[in-house]
Design a protein around this ligand. Structure first.
Ligand code: TXA
Ligand code: MG
Length: 456
């Protein structure tokens, strides 16, 4: 088998507030404003961005870039050789369709009607029937740019490379809410196919260093725009089916979507907890996804806290256990024995601190520009404890408390799995959260159930 050439992988830090002037251009008759960019030629940030956009246009080696959900591994969606580069770098099976990212509705519409080049344009808006099915109008208006992917029909004379759609007659489209992602796509002037920029089966990357860890030597360029603000991938919705359905839970919730005209009957089209049950699964019995090296043991939120016997059960030769605590688990090393971890469900009773603000308003392109600095991913304080119990020999417990806020759990969960992996633990025990709380909680639990080898 031919071995792949190792590339020199460079991380290019780009501060979106330093690339030049970004303006939101209102399009009064349309669903979404456009982004106008005037690059500052003297800025190194702008030069890095330009360099990445040129690579996207000309090279078959994909470029990693930040979005508000997770880092994406991008390639020109219209060139087969470029899209094949994504599968090669990720070592991902090519039967999985990719999401195509756009910077504007105009760019998306052009792809949807490739045959028509001479459409009349009034006030910058192309006339005639909108090639975007009308059911998506309210969603685009409310949630784009943002963590929502819509399924669209792939035109018969499509410009998309067949590798993007994996043989389907539809494709997924998204306009991301990250100024660097938008600017990059806009400068490259091509639709960008991009899955998450992790190696296949690994947790999705929410920081440039995660991409570097997985893909060092496999790609040339990682645009570093800081940590991702959402932390889990976009919600995928199919409005072409009747009733419409959610194909993947993500940053936008079922409830939020159901409030939109035409979406009241939205169904869940992915397997959720109820269908897959919560019995323990034998390790290694399923295809792994979002998984660190160490097996993940997921405790559903309705289980009692873990006893020390159970902890010890997961110890292997390393005698090191990783623990990810979220809302209710309390670690009391002093107590030791079976009271080491307790669960206190009154901890945040009546306190909204732990839930997510589902009503956060999307202020479109203008809102994006006004908040150019993303909030940093919370750094987890890692605590290492040597636990000696009367019944068992001692072991090390590496504790990451990622806190009660659902938003922070989403932002930090993939990073936490990666941090514990670097500690060479025997297993990672994770305190699950209540997926009925909202979209982000459902998305987190959906990913954790896929990552887990054992569930309780
Ligand atoms: O947040 C995100 O969506 C990230 C960032 C980078 O934008 N991207 C991402 O892309 O997660 P990817 O390619 O890993 O996601 C593909 C998902 C899969 O669940 C796939 O099944 C679904 O989108 N998908 C793509 N095209 C589809 C289609 N034509 N029909 C049904 N599902 C589709
Ligand atoms: Mg992925």
């Amino acid at each position: 088998m031919a071995t792949q050439t190792a590339f020199r992988t460079t991380i290019l830090p780009v501060d979106a507030s330093k690339i030049g002037k970004l303006t939101s251009v209102p399009r009064p008759d349309d669903l979404l404003d456009d982004l106008k960019i005037e690059l500052d030629d003297t800025s190194i940030d702008a030069q890095y961005l330009l360099r990445a956009s040129v690579e996207l246009r000309t090279s078959d080696i994909p470029v990693a870039f930040p979005t508000e959900t997770v880092y994406g591994l991008g390639a020109d969606a219209t060139r087969s050789s470029a899209v094949q580069g994504i599968y090669r770098a990720k070592q991902r099976p090519s039967d999985n369709p990719l999401i195509v990212h756009f910077a504007s509705l105009d760019q998306l519409r052009k792809l949807l009607r490739p045959g028509q080049t001479n459409l009349a344009t009034v006030n910058g808006i192309t006339s005639g029937d909108d090639p975007i099915p009308s059911i998506y109008g309210p969603l685009i208006k409310r949630f784009w740019p943002g963590p929502l992917t819509i399924i669209l029909p792939n035109p018969v004379d499509t410009l998309l490379a067949p590798e993007v759609t994996a043989g389907l007659s539809t494709f997924g489209a998204r306009i991301p809410a990250h100024p660097l992602a938008l600017a990059l796509i806009k400068l490259a002037e091509i639709p960008i196919a991009a899955p998450s920029a992790n190696a296949s089966t690994k947790p999705s990357p929410t920081a440039a260093e995660h991409v570097h860890f997985d893909l060092n030597g496999r790609i040339r360029t990682i645009l570093d725009g800081g940590p991702c603000s959402v932390g889990v991938e976009s919600t995928v919705v199919d409005g072409l089916s009747d009733p419409p359905s959610i194909l993947r839970p993500g940053g936008i919730s079922l409830e939020q979507l159901r409030l939109c005209p035409g979406w009241g009957n939205l169904q869940i089209g992915y397997k959720n907890a109820a269908e897959t049950g919560s019995q323990p699964k034998a390790p290694g019995m399923k295809y792994r996804h979002y998984s660190p090296k160490a097996p993940v043991v997921l405790f559903e939120c309705d289980t009692t806290a873990i006893t020390t016997q159970e902890l010890v059960h997961f110890l292997d030769a390393n005698k090191r256990l990783g623990l990810v605590r979220t809302k209710f688990w309390t670690l009391d090393v002093e107590k030791g024995g079976n009271s080491l971890i307790s669960k206190d469900i009154t901890k945040y009773n009546g306190d909204k601190v732990f839930s997510c603000d589902e009503d956060e308003h999307n202020n479109g392109v203008a809102g994006l520009i006004s908040t150019l600095k993303t909030s940093p991913t919370p750094r987890h304080a890692m605590q290492k404890h040597t636990i000696a119990t009367p019944e068992f020999s001692s072991f090390e417990l590496i504790d990451l408390n990622i806190g009660p806020s659902t938003k922070n759990v989403a932002r930090g969960i993939f990073a936490a799995l990666r941090e514990l992996d670097r500690e060479d633990v025997d297993a990672i025990l994770v305190e699950g959260i209540d997926d009925s709380e909202g979209s982000v909680a459902a998305a987190v639990m959906n990913r954790l159930r896929k990552a887990a080898e054992v569930r309780r």
